[in-house]
Design a protein around this ligand. Structure first.
Ligand code: HEM
Length: 375
């Protein structure tokens, strides 16, 4: 419990501390690498499958912000196998939930899907082990330790490495890896889904895209720099981001084991101990909760508009809601603002994405967009 309370205070700060220069300017090197790559590609062929590229970019961002990683994940081919493992696990977890025989651990372990899941887990664990090992060995270095002491705040991995439990012992390797795994996964696949679907929503709603671009141009000019304060000064863009998160929630649902029975207003009830799935996708598309739910209408999130406190839950609700919400919203805003300054986003009518629920919301056929470089 103490650990989660502690992280909830700490996470909103990691984006601030690790990507801001003392002048308050935001660092966005991962995004620049992506945009430069896009600029080169759209010179040859203007249609792109954006999800894969964005996933590498968000992995790059979380590796830099939370794990002190130096170098670029996007330029180093070795990270592709980690991304592939996460993609396989996304599919495998989903197909396991839908197969009654695979609920049994022994049957699952000997099935072909179980074997695939095992090797994907091993690959993902090797990646996180490598990240921990490399930071541990950096910290053996006096100079690196000095740098660390001067930091206003430690990053996520450093906190875990220095953490002491009540008994004075550090986290075990297994516990450490579990925490790093969670952050590595939650910190990049969700934001990749969020950014990709927001770009698609803006591509299919050009009038809203243009209004956001105008707002960002008047705030940032040519976008050579962006500051922490700017992030609170893009109300229309924020409304569009929220509306895209409503229609395409990056985490389409969560599951819970009931610790006590739940009784509904009509008298039906669910017993303690069963597993229930809660669909945010279903909630966000429910016509009893949202009028014309399929229509992209950012005015639903205009300042002063009213709605039920639990009608919009992209980051879940209650005690176990998303720790990285603030971090994620900042990353989404920076990605949208700087991309709209450099590119016009247009849909590819021959390849309309088909949303599929996995651990994060994916598209069966990828997300293909035309990108037009702006002068
Ligand atoms: C658009 C991006 C994101 C969305 C939509 C999102 C959504 C969610 C949701 C719905 C949950 C609840 C899961 C459950 O109840 O089973 C969750 C939990 C969590 N998220 Fe996020 N998330 C995002 C980005 C991030 C980022 C960037 C980080 C890390 C920096 C992060 C870290 C976490 C962690 C650690 C938890 C577990 C919290 C706990 O169990 O107490 N998330 N997220």
């Amino acid at each position: 419990w103490w650990y989660h309370r502690f992280l909830r205070c700490f996470v909103p700060g990691i984006f601030l501390d690790l990507t801001f220069s003392p002048s308050g300017r935001l660092g966005f090197s991962s995004l620049l690498v992506l945009q430069d790559k896009w600029e080169q590609i759209v010179g040859q062929d203007s249609t792109l499958e954006i999800f894969q590229h964005i996933t590498l970019m968000t992995l790059d961002t979380i590796m830099k912000c939370a794990f002190s990683h130096e170098g670029s994940v996007q330029l180093d081919r070795k990270y592709k196998s980690y991304i592939q493992a996460v993609e396989d696990l996304n599919d495998l977890v989903f197909s396991r939930v839908r197969n009654i025989f695979h609920q049994n651990d022994i049957i699952y372990r000997v099935s072909s899907n179980g074997c695939r899941a095992n090797s994907a887990c091993k690959l993902a664990h090797d990646h996180t082990d490598q990240v921990i090992k490399s930071r541990r060995s950096q910290l053996q270095d006096e100079e690196e330790l000095e740098k660390l002491k001067k930091k206003r705040r430690l990053d996520f991995l450093d906190i875990l490495l220095f953490a002491r439990m009540e008994n004075g012992k550090g986290l075990s390797d297994k516990d450490l890896r579990a925490e790093v795994d969670t952050f590595m996964f939650e910190g990049h696949d969700t934001t990749a889904s969020g950014i990709s679907w927001i770009f698609y929503a803006l591509a299919t709603n050009p009038e809203h895209q243009q209004r956001c671009r105008k707002e960002i141009q008047s705030l940032l000019g040519d976008g050579a720099s962006i500051t922490w304060n700017d992030l609170d000064k893009m109300p229309y863009t924020t409304m569009c981001i929220k509306e895209a998160l409503r229609i395409y929630p990056p985490v389409p649902g969560v599951s819970r084991e009931l610790s006590s029975p739940v009784t509904f207003p009509d008298g039906r009830s669910l017993p303690k101990g069963i597993h229930v799935m809660l669909s945010f996708y279903g909630l966000h598309h429910n016509p009893n909760v949202w009028q014309n739910p399929e229509v992209f209408d950012p005015s639903r999130f205009a300042p002063g508009s009213s709605r039920h406190s639990h009608s919009f839950l992209p980051f879940s609700g209650g005690a176990r809601n998303c720790i990285g919400k603030q971090f994620a919203m900042n990353e989404l805003k920076v990605a949208v603002a700087l991309t709209l300054l450099r590119f016009e986003l247009l849909p590819d009518p021959t390849r309309v994405p088909i949303p599929i629920p996995r651990i994060v919301l994916k598209s069966k056929n990828g997300i293909h967009l035309h990108l037009k470089k702006l002068q």
